[in-house]
Design a protein around this ligand. Sequence first.
Ligand SMILES: [Zn+2]
Ligand SMILES: [Zn+2]
Length: 221
Amino acid sequence: MGVAQVISSGSEGNAVIYDNQIMVDCGVSLKALEAVKRSLKIVLLTHKHGDHLKLRTLQRLQAERPTLRVACGDFLLEELPCIKNIDVLQVGMLYDYGAFKVSPVKLYHDMPNFGWRIFLNPTIIDFIKGNYEYKIFHATDTVHLEGITAKGYDLYAIEHNYCEEYIQQAIEEARANGEYTHAYGNINTHLSIQQARAFIEENRKESSEVLELHKSRSFYH
Ligand SMILES: [Zn+2]
Ligand SMILES: [Zn+2]
């Protein structure tokens, strides 16, 4: 996956870099971004859960890179004290940053959350080679993707949080033993492997690539 670089994905922390310049989420330490931080142009935020947004990292990153832009929904503004260069973006609108365009997508989590459509503009060399825009659909932490389409994208970076059969088994076992299980939380706020695959099959073209994000250690095998 040349264009995508996963620094971390899942409940331990999230940060994915596209084309060396766009980072989705900032839920890791600054140290984890050491190799990439100099080329970043923008951070696209999704939601305020700690595995996606570490304010201290973002503050320190921006102290080192004062021109770095941060894009998010209005619901995140109050979570970003001391952060500069914030672009508050609206669902369904397309924003042109020159080398790339982005458009936020409304997702369905236990709090307001954005997915991102990212369109990398071709360089002149790309254009001569016959390569046009490179389209990325990025979505994690959503209970479903109903009503959303992303036809013919080049890369689907989508949450594959849990296996439906496996989690059902875990729930039945916990019930039989009278124990609590985190499975309910996953089912109500995250996307299953089966949902992710159905969405990708609905939308993909032959050459599309897939990046499986935000896998649960407990309910994915
Ligand atoms: Zn998460
Ligand atoms: Zn979350």
